[in-house]
Design a protein around this ligand. Sequence first.
Ligand SMILES: [Zn+2]
Length: 252
Amino acid sequence: MQRLFDMHCHLSAMANADEVALDAARLGISLINMSVSPADARAAERLAAHGNVRLARGLHPWWVADGAVELDEIELAADACAASRFVGEVGLDFSRAREKSAEAQIEAFEKIARACEARAAEGRVLSIHAVRSAGAVLDILEAHGMAGGAACIMHWFSGTSDELARARDLGCYFSVGDRMLATRRGREYARQVPADRLLLETDAPTSFGEDGAAGEIEARLLATAAALADLRGEKREPLLDRMARTSEELLG
Ligand SMILES: [Zn+2]
């Protein structure tokens, strides 16, 4: 039985990805492996052979900002996203280090949203990175029928409280991890998210290329659930059950 769901992690960035996937299966953990570029998604395809692993095809805004992907790769990523039920990691990052590339990032993210809009997929799920850019992200999702037309999961939401309300009203889901709960604002947002839109994530590993451990993923998911239960004045087990149901619906 799958009892825990890591709705945003980077399995393919772990040096021992197969071992982590197998151990996770034994521990009853399902996960969505976020890819960051078309090359990463190609390399990650074989990991989806594990029954507890789903592959999301994406284009991480850092890879756009840092010029790591060429223009034709952005087209390729948009096509791959559109052909996929699970899309991620995608989004925008306007933090100081990357705001210079805002225009290029918007262009890439819009391309992806437009491609997804043109090619509907039953039960589509997007996992979205939005740093200092939640408004722009929501504008693009709304303009291209993704808000409401797909399950949009805001990963580690850090926007303003007005943006949180807007995302909530647009029907977005929110995946919460320990790093979000490390800030007062993150804890307050996690308290406010509607019960049936709340999900768990680790965003592991901390550094790409290092070894991961399913036991650590399990411990982090359980600790986040315990902290959420505390914040929301709920019991941990029913909260875990509800998040598992929501995750199962999304993973189908
Ligand atoms: Zn991530």
